[in-house]
Design a protein around this ligand. Structure first.
Ligand SMILES: NC(=O)c1ccc[n+]([C@@H]2O[C@H](COP(=O)([O-])OP(=O)(O)OC[C@H]3O[C@@H](n4cnc5c(N)ncnc54)[C@H](O)[C@@H]3O)[C@@H](O)[C@H]2O)c1
Length: 345
């Protein structure tokens, strides 16, 4: 066979793992143009691939996004998603093949896979193409998407590409009123679990301004920036991300400083998806760092109730953390371990 021009590499990619990436990179060096195809049938996938899985079904648009990110520096690699009824019958592959040929729009001379068994189908569907098998023994990356779905993404973290990892990070948010030891706990947890964290943005915001005089418009700005910081830190996170405060705490500060709730903060709160909420009770000593104004015991209790009702109204379940610093850390670690499904750090 002469020089290979147009190659095709297809799969479901539920989720994309390093074995897939390896096959794609190898394939990309063998052809002038490589087309990665994400085949999907979300209804079928939900019923057949995720019913016993701890993992939620993965939208095809996400899989497409992952491949676009992974291949962004390879201009000769193109990524497409095609609907293919996935009953596993050859007739459905036939329908899929028609769509694949359509989206590629050029004669395919090479089809890549890692399965010897696919040869039979490919010979019928792509009679003019050669089937090139890459690492059928899966020596380079001994992993399968089936295993990842069965055991969870965190159990196979090193097999997930950098572009995929943020999607599976478990997000732990720590909330509470002022001087409850939030920022210290967040940093300690991040250090202990060897991962990234997100600082309370409101504090940085006012430090940069050089004033703690608030304006009503500060609070949405703080919440937007905080959301952005979460997105940024997710890229660096190792399985877990610890986050100091969120939009409902910002709403609480809007009430405390400006005397009003702001609908936009509730809307931002609705977009948040955290896996664990730790609520710090105000029963540790008040630390006056010069920026805090709600130190009086009665005021602390009232503020605590206001924040609790805000969270309750939003239907959020939080884990209450109280006691001295040692107890707080112990309880928080225990809850994070539960989330990870492990006993002990
Ligand atoms: N209609 C078509 O012409 C056509 C062609 C190809 C694929 N498909 C679709 O894709 C599906 C086939 O893919 P799958 O179910 O195997 O999808 P998949 O997402 O599990 O795997 C995609 C490809 O990666 C390879 N692979 C998996 N783990 C690997 C590892 N550790 N190292 C190296 N390579 C690895 C697989 O062998 C396969 O070739 C079919 O069910 C079909 O829906 C359709």
């Amino acid at each position: 066979m002469g020089k290979r021009k147009i190659g095709m590499y297809g799969g479901k990619f539920l989720p994309v793992h390093m074995g897939h990436v390896y096959a794609m990179i190898k394939a990309s060096t063998m052809v002038e143009e490589l087309h990665v195809i994400v085949s999907y049938d979300e209804e079928y996938e939900k019923k057949h691939y995720f019913h016993h899985s701890p993992m939620a079904p993965i939208p095809y648009k996400m899989r497409l996004r992952w491949w676009k990110q992974i291949t962004k520096d390879l201009p000769h690699v193109h990524v497409h998603a095609i609907y293919e009824p996935q009953t596993g019958q050859f007739s459905d592959w036939e329908l899929g093949a028609e769509r694949i040929k359509e989206v590629i729009g050029k004669p395919i001379d090479t089809v890549f896979s890692s399965e010897d068994a696919y040869g039979e189908y490919f010979a019928k569907l792509y009679p003019d193409a050669e089937h090139v098998i890459i690492d059928s023994a899966r020596k380079a990356y001994p992993i399968s998407a089936t295993k990842i779905r069965a055991e969870g993404a965190l159990a196979h973290w090193g097999m997930l590409p950098k572009a995929v990892q943020p999607y599976f990070v478990k997000k732990v948010v720590v909330v509470g009123t002022e001087s409850c030891g939030k920022s210290t706990l967040v940093k300690n947890l991040a250090t202990l679990f060897n991962t990234a964290h997100v600082e309370e943005w409101g504090r940085t915001y006012y430090e940069r301004l050089g004033t703690y005089e608030t304006l009503e418009s500060d609070f949405p700005d703080i919440a937007f920036e905080h959301q952005y910081q979460i997105k940024e830190q997710l890229k660096k996170a190792n399985k877990l991300l610890f986050i100091d405060t969120e939009a409902l705490v910002t709403q609480f500060f809007s009430i405390a400083y400006e005397g009003k709730t702001q609908p936009v903060l509730h809307e931002i709160a609705k977009l948040q998806q955290f896996d664990l909420w730790l609520f710090l009770e105000p029963d540790v000593d008040w630390v006056d760092d010069g920026t805090r104004i709600f130190g009086e015991k009665q005021v602390r209790q009232t503020n605590n109730s206001i924040l609790k009702s805000l969270l309750e109204e939003a239907g959020i379940h939080t884990i209450s953390i109280s006691g001295n610093y040692e107890k707080r850390l112990e309880k928080a670690v225990e809850e994070v371990n539960k989330l990870l499904g492990i006993n002990g750090l």
